[in-house]
Structure formats: C-alpha cells, structure tokens
Design a protein around this ligand. Structure first.
Ligand code: MCN
Length: 802
C-alpha cells in the first residue's frame, strides 16, 4: 500500500487523493467514546441470563438468590417485561406467506437457541450483575432441536423430525424462486440442462457455505438514558435510524421521544445491522426504572448470540456446450435462518439470487431458495450478504468446467464473459450492468501475478512429484451494491426504501458542516465525504466537518450496509454541494453586480466571465448569512439538502488471482501470492479503498481456510471463544498486491462504485480454487470450507483411492 505526503491540496483536487483518515487520530489514541465508555450518574448495569439449551421449555425461573445478591436491583424475566419489551421485527419477509416466529427480546416459556436471553439482572455495577446472573436458577425441559440445515428442511411433525418452533409446524420459512423463462430474461434452464446431457457437458456440485461469525472488534454495547425529555440510546450499531424507527414502532414510544446515537463503532461487517434483544431489553429496563442502563456483551456472548452469517447449502447444475460455452445454471439453495428471522435475514440469499450469473452471459437460469428455521443463533448479513455465496458457486463451477475441458480457467471465463463493448448489459437475472471492463482488469492482474511463470512452476512441481504442490486460483467477480435503489428493493418486498439524505451547511465563517444519514463504523466516511464536498465546493478539506450517526443531528437516513454509503450517501452530498453552488450563484451576481448568466464557478470562486472580479464561496456564505439588502427571489443562506435515490445498483468488479502451496503429506495450505485488480469506478480515496480491499480479503480468505462456527450435536456452540473461532492475525497472511482500474458508474455523478464488500466476495473462491487446483492431479475436485489441513489431507487420500 502506498501513502502520499499530505501537502495542502489545491481546492477541487480532492477526488482520487490519498488522504489519511481524519477519524483515525481520535480512534487510535483512545480520544473517543465507544458506547461502553459512556458513564452516566446512577447507571444500572445489566447482565443477561442465557439458555444453555438449544431448544427447551422454561418450566421455572427462581430469581430469589440473585435478587438478594449485593447491589442487585431486580431480576426480570420475559414475563416480567411482557408489557413493555416489544418484539423484534423482520423487515424483509421474502414472500407474503413467510413463516416468521414471534421474537420476544427476553424469552417467555420457551427458548429456541443456546444463548437466548431468559432473564435480565439489573444491578448497580456490571460485576454485581454478572455475579448475580450465575445465581438465577432456571428449570428447562429439553426439546428435540433442529440443528442440521438439510435435516431441518426435511423435518415435519409427521415424520418426527425436530421442529425449531413446534407451534409453527414446519421449519420451512419461505421459498423464493427466480426463473429466467418466467421472468422473460432468458430461456428454460431444464431445456438447457437436457440439451447438455444429450450433447454437451453438465457439471453438478453441492457446496456448503459454512456458518461464520462477523467477529467485529468492539462487542455490542448499549446505554439507554430515559431521564431527559427524550430517551437517548447510544448503541454500537450500524443502523441508528432504522433501529429508532423499529423501536418506536414496536414499543409504542413516539419516534420524536427517542434519540438514537451510534458513536464511534468498532466494526460491524453486517453483524450490527440488526435490532437486538439486548437493545430492546435495555430500553424496557430503563423505562421501568427511570434510570440510565448499560449493557455490554462479553466476547463469548458476542460469538454465541450476536448474528451469524452464511450457512447455506447449494446444489448446482451447470450446462455447457462441448466447447465450453455455458448455456444454463440451476441453483437449489437452502439457507439457515437460525432460530428467528433477523432484520434482513431472509433477504440475504435473495440478494445472492441476482449474482449467480456473475460476469457471464449464459442464457438460462433458475434460482430456487428455501429459508429454514433451526435451533441455532440467527443469521443475517455478513460482509457480502448473499453475493459471496453466489460468487463462490459460479467461480468454483467455472474452474470445474475448465478442468472438465482440460483448458485454462481464464480462457473459459473469457469465452463466457460480457465484453466491455457489450455494456450496458441486461443479465439473465434481470439486472442491467452499466459499466465494466473484465478484459482489462484480468489482463492487468495476470501480468502483475506472473501467471504464466507460476503455471510453469506448477507444471514442474507436478512433473517432479514434489510433495508441495502449487495451486493457482482465479476469481473474476462482480457484485451488486449501493443498496438502494428503492424501486428495485420495493419490487423484492424489502421493507425500507434505499435512499440517502445529505445536508450541507455553509457556516458564515466559511467552514462547512456536512450532515449525512450514512452511519460509518470503520469505513472512514468523515474523510472521503469531506473530500467530495471539498472538491465540489472548492473549499479546503480541513474546513469540512462531517456529522453522522445521531438521529438528533442527522434526523433522516438509512445508515450503512450493502456498500451503499458512497454511491448513495456520498452522491447525495455531491448533489447537495451542486445545489449550494446553484444557490450561491445569484448571490455572487448580486455582490458582483453582474448578470447571473455571466457568473462562472470554478475551484471555489464565482467570477464574472471575462473580468478578473470574483467572490469566493466563503465570502458568499458570509454575505448570505449577514443578508440585509438583497434582491427578491433569493433566500438568505445557501445551505442545501438532498435526498438521493439512484436508478440502479453499482457493479464493481475485479480479477483476483491467488497462488497457494499445499503440502500433500500434511494437508497444510500456505498462501504464496495474492494479486487483485478491482474496478470500483471513480476512487474517492485510494488509501481507504486499499484498506477496504485488504480487510475484505482477510475475511474472505478466512472463510476459505480458517473460520467456522461449529455446533455440537446438542446445539452448543463449540467455537465460543477466539481461541476456537479462528479469526486470522497478520501473521497468518501475506502482503497483498492490490491495484485498481476505473470504468465509471453511470448511476451517480461521481462515477463511483462501492468497495466495502468487494474483497470478501472475490477472495473466497480464488483461494479454494487454488487449493483444489493444487491437488486436482490427486483426483480431487472439491474441498469443503474451511480448507483445514485435515480436510485437504482427507481429500487427497479419498481422491487418490478413487
Ligand atoms: N470509497 C472510495 N471510493 C470508492 C468506493 C468507496 O473512496 N469508489 C470509500 C468510501 O468513501 C468509504 C469506504 O470506501 O469511506 C467504503 O465505502 P462503500 O463501499 O460505500 O461502503 P460503506 O461505506 O457503505 O460500508 C459498508 C461496507 C460493508 S457492507 C461492510 S460489511 C463493511 C465494510 O463496508 N464493514 C466494515 N467495510 C468495513 N470496514 C470496517 N473498518 N469495518 C466494518 O465493519
């Protein structure tokens, strides 16, 4: 990664500039308030009593010993809180008849996963609450637990299978189908498969997307203060606006009486994109006692009870001609929702539905997904949300097709991808990709990787029977991000819109206050958004202050997820800046005693064309503030607001190449080289983009090689600490060679595409393709993720024996 020295920039030279992040000084020197640092006088602390059973009736809760423990104020069960605790909502029922269990923050009568809250201890200190929680005696009557996804999908009351919520009578929550023949976007996939079976190639595979845990750095934490005119909630959340709306909607407290603040938040990766039982319980307790309340989860509680991600089973059938042209893809998918349907939990696989065709132009496609309830922690978005799963499937299949044909995997991709002169291109899944250049990104990546040399080394090692084999993995990905557009989300029955709001306040001193409805939790918005505004207004970067994450300061917003903040929120700011300039123009004309049509704006100055006369935007801001004598038709002040809703998603893409060395005697996998060339359209801040790609790569590689949430047969999470759940450290990784190209997006004036999830989406198949490529000569065509030494070794033994 490169950094540039920070000389003062000429106004309007901010786009594409490596700015160090404004927010980092306070973050890394501890000069900020994480939620858990917020200390209010008289705060009551909460500890949660959680179920050790995956599925059980609660037959009794004895709270007496805990209630009498030192400094304990109360111990509250679900029944105690029944009237005030509200329910947790699912914002995206993917079908009108979706089966959705009611989700009370604190369980009443029955628990549906190990980790579910059964009682809340309220005490004068966090330690007293934690100690007393151990004294709460809960009697459970254990019930059969639905744990394995495929078994749960097949279970019925009649066949005696375990049902996660017996009152619902089924584990199947919803079925969602997209069929290109029915949608009119392509042909019939069964015909394509039948034709390929008769004369062609059919590749059939089943892939498991293991369960993952977002494992953000800052555990979830909430403080609720009910002592003022409003109830103030501080929460380590990605979604202060959406959470406030749902809290109001489900508890009956008016929205105007709730102020939601997301202070600096230490990561989320989708895992803080939920309304949580802990927040709802803290809100109920604070209202009950009229005192501030705080709850911060432990790391193990976080791993056990915060949302998990992925957990899908994919059955895939790819049809192709004998020369390698793909003619159709059928996807049958089971998605594990866990015990409850999270905020957008059901919608995650639906997002993936649009991405299985990736960068390819095959003519027939069918996606059939069932979402399934089990007695495990609930799942929701995890970085990429649906798109990594889809990308994994198609990129693995393209390698399998190449292997079947005995051809280079890049060649087979070239034969099937959309070429740059074919944009805009409407895909078989019905999306219109506006821009891209897969050829150039791939050529650049191939060059930087030294593809031919590595293939030659691979051949040499194979020839020599080297126990350490080299594998090369390819992933040519695209994704849909920038959630928005509201009309498209509406057609998918998604509960919320997708717009974003921005406001620019030109302060009389010439400084600029920017308000955004996006809510950063590690992405560096304060820096990138300052660059956009500084660039459009021609003011110094340092003079722009970005305010966000507080519903009082930024009342309108739809928050941060789906790599949307730049292309929706950043664009709203760019348009607001344009509006400021438009409002300032008549002021400039008035001050310069010129005709508005003769006024030109460039780099922060309004000038009368053909003369040397001009006024800076700061001078105009002051004049408009101190307005006394000004013409009819213009208003005092040049502030502007915009709510932006794009017409399309943005479609970043890239080519990722990975080389691994596999020790065939031990199954150990060593990363050797990783090169990626990403096209995220116009890059606002290359340093931030490189950081986003790096972080994304680590999470995607971790899925390929290390991370998995493992439950035992009784539904206890075995990976409940960071010693068991293998989040990689820097020592486990290599230096990545990242670069970017740019084909500008057409759905926003910046030309930008999102980057927040790109690395995660692209990297998992690149690594697994490399692992399989290394050991394909041993008869291996798949290794289940994570590709642990044991699994790789077993695959070699099984492959060699067959
Ligand atoms: N950016 C840019 N030029 C581009 C694209 C983006 O300079 N062409 C900058 C943006 O200005 C922003 C950052 O890159 O500062 C990411 O922008 P964007 O792609 O719009 O993504 P969001 O800001 O909406 O962030 C969400 C995305 C998601 S969905 C997950 S998950 C994720 C991610 O961001 N979680 C993160 N990155 C994360 N980074 C950190 N540190 N922590 C998380 O939890």
């Amino acid at each position: 990664m490169t950094t540039t020295e920070e000389a003062p920039a000429a106004p309007a030279d901010e786009i594409g500039r490596d700015r160090r992040r404004k927010e980092d000084r306070r973050l890394i020197t501890g000069r900020t308030h994480w939620t858990d640092n917020i200390v209010l006088p008289g705060t009551l602390h909460l500890a949660m009593v959680r179920s050790p059973f995956a599925h059980a009736n609660i037959t009794g809760i004895d709270t007496r010993a805990a209630a009498q423990a030192p400094n304990v104020v109360a111990v509250l069960t679900g029944t105690d809180l029944a009237a005030t605790q509200g329910v947790l909502a699912n914002a995206w029922p993917i079908t009108p008849d979706q089966v959705t269990p009611e989700h009370k923050p604190v369980a009443v009568d029955r628990v549906a996963f190990a980790g579910e809250i059964v009682a809340v201890v309220v005490a004068r200190s966090a330690a007293a609450a934690a100690d007393a929680a151990d004294l709460v005696d809960v009697d459970y009557d254990e019930l059969p637990a639905a744990l394995d996804l495929r078994t749960a999908a097949a279970a019925t009351p009649e066949n005696g299978g375990a049902i996660a919520h017996p009152d619902l009578g089924t584990n199947n929550s919803a079925q969602w189908i997209f069929d290109s023949a029915q949608a009119g976007t392509g042909g019939n996939v069964e015909d394509a498969i039948a034709a390929a079976r008769a004369d062609g190639i059919v590749i059939e595979r089943e892939y498991r997307q293991q369960r993952l845990i977002p494992a953000f750095m800052e555990p979830r934490s909430v403080v609720v203060d009910p002592t003022g005119e409003q109830i103030t909630v501080w929460s380590a959340t990605q979604i202060p606006h959406i959470a406030r709306f749902l809290l109001a909607a489900t508890t009956g407290v008016p929205e105007s009486k709730i102020r939601y603040i997301a202070p600096d938040v230490g990561g989320g990766f989708g895992g803080k994109l939920q309304t949580t039982p802990e927040e709802w319980a803290a809100f109920a307790v604070a209202r009950r006692f009229g005192k501030p309340v705080k709850y911060t989860e432990t790391r193990s509680e976080s791993l056990q009870s915060a949302h998990h991600g992925r957990d899908q089973w994919q059955k895939l059938t790819l049809a192709a001609t004998n020369d390698g042209t793909v003619t159709g893809l059928k996807v049958e998918l089971l998605a594990d929702l866990g015990a409850y349907v999270a905020l957008v939990g059901g919608g995650v696989p639906v997002l993936g539905a649009f991405m299985f065709n990736a960068i390819y132009k095959f003519p027939a496609y069918r996606f059939d997904c069932r979402t399934v309830l089990t007695n495990k922690a609930w799942t929701d978005a995890y970085r990429g949300a649906g798109r990594p799963e889809a990308t994994f499937a198609i990129e693995r299949l393209m390698d399998e097709l190449a292997a079947e044909l005995g051809r280079d995997p890049l060649e087979v991709r070239r034969q099937n991808w959309i070429t740059h002169d074919e944009f805009p291109f409407t895909t078989v899944a019905g999306l219109t990709y506006d821009s891209g250049d897969y050829e150039s990104a791939t050529a650049q990546a191939v060059d930087a990787f030294g593809y031919e040399d590595l293939r030659a080394e691979q051949a040499r090692r194979r020839e020599a029977g080297d126990p350490v084999q080299l594998g090369i993995g390819v992933s040519t990905f695209t994704e849909m991000c920038g959630l928005a557009p509201s009309r498209v989300l509406g057609s998918l029955d998604y509960g919320a819109g997708g717009w974003e709001h921005a406001e620019i306040r030109m302060l009389p001193t010439g400084k600029v206050e920017v308000v955004t409805g996006a809510s950063a939790h590690g992405q560096g918005h304060e820096t990138a958004f300052s660059q956009i505004v500084a660039d459009r207004l021609g003011v110094p970067f340092e003079d722009v202050e970005v305010l966000h994450g507080d519903t009082q300061v930024a009342p309108r917003g739809l928050d941060t997820y789906g790599s949307r903040s730049l292309t929706v929120g950043g664009e709203a700011l760019a348009l607001a800046a344009d509006k400021v300039v438009a409002k300032a123009k008549p002021w400039a004309a008035h001050l310069l005693e010129a005709d508005p049509r003769d006024i030109e704006f460039s780099r922060g100055t309004f000038a009368v064309s053909g003369t040397g006369e001009g006024k800076t935007i700061q001078e105009i801001a002051l004049a408009a503030f101190a307005a006394h004598d000004y013409p009819e038709g213009i208003e005092p002040g040049i502030d502007a607001e915009v709510t932006f809703d794009p017409v399309n998603f943005s479609f970043p893409h890239g080519t990722h190449l990975c080389a691994v060395e596999v020790d065939t005697e031990t199954g150990a996998v060593r990363l050797r080289k990783y090169v990626c060339v990403d096209d995220v359209g116009t890059v606002i801040n290359p340093l931030i983009v490189a950081g986003q790609v790096h972080g994304g790569l680590v999470q995607g590689i971790a899925q390929a090689l290390w991370e998995e949430a493992v439950y035992d047969e009784s539904g206890t999470l075995l990976t409940g600490t960071l010693a068991d759940y293998l989040v990689p450290s820097a020592a486990d990784l290599i230096s990545f060679d990242t670069a970017h190209r740019s084909t500008p997006a057409t759905s926003n004036s910046l030309g930008a595409k999102g980057v927040g999830e790109a690395g995660t989406i692209a990297s998992t198949p690149a690594v697994v393709n490399a692992v399989v490529d290394a050991i394909r000569p041993y008869g291996v065509h798949d290794v289940e993720m994570p590709c642990t030494p044991a699994r790789v070794w077993r695959a070699i033994q099984d492959g060699s024996a067959s």
